[in-house]
Design a protein. Structure first.
Length: 175
């Protein structure tokens, strides 16, 4: 057995990742039936309308003594390395006591699409408007409030207070 971290947002635990904004809207638009029929491709199919209609929002992100103010379409906070099957930050792990954050400052529909394409190609850190870091606690406020999802399910709206439940989950791993 090994112990791994869990992420926590507004007192709700998550195993893999949390999203705010566009990615959370896409999660909300993707039905369980579609997910069961075509798997992860369901998000791409269901995401077309949200991608075309989503509006950027003002976002303030605080961690430690740092602050980032930007206008964006989405924010991804991962417990460990992955957003789905895609590494968010290359050095993140599920037992380091930190959350990995990724966002971009682009505000057009093309910027949002480019962010997703870069994520799925593993090139997101090369985007000129990319912002990313790791931290044990993160606070995010937005104007207006936006959807908040964990592990693909919408659970509410911002603001969001993230923290790590360090080594909170015991898992079986092969020898």
């Amino acid at each position: 057995c090994e112990r791994v971290d869990l992420g926590r947002v507004n007192q709700t635990y998550f195993a893999n990742f949390s999203t705010l904004g566009l990615a959370a809207d896409i999660s909300g638009a993707t039905s369980g039936e579609l997910k069961s029929k075509i798997g992860a491709a369901a998000y791409a199919v269901a995401g077309l309308r949200p991608l075309l209609t989503h509006r950027p929002f003002d976002c303030r992100i605080r961690w430690g003594k740092n602050r980032l103010d930007l206008r964006t379409h989405q924010v991804i906070v991962a417990n460990g390395r992955y957003f789905g099957d895609t590494p968010v930050l290359p050095d993140a792990t599920i037992d380091d006591g930190e959350l990995a954050l990724f966002t971009t400052a682009g505000t057009s529909t093309w910027d949002a699409a480019k962010s997703f394409l870069a994520l799925f190609a593993g090139k997101q850190l090369e985007l000129r408007d990319a912002h990313y870091f790791s931290a044990p606690k993160i606070k995010i406020t937005t104007s207006p409030q936006v959807a908040l999802a964990i592990d693909g399910d919408v659970i509410g709206r911002t603001p969001a207070r993230f923290s790590v439940a360090y080594r909170a989950l015991r898992v079986m791993v092969p020898a």
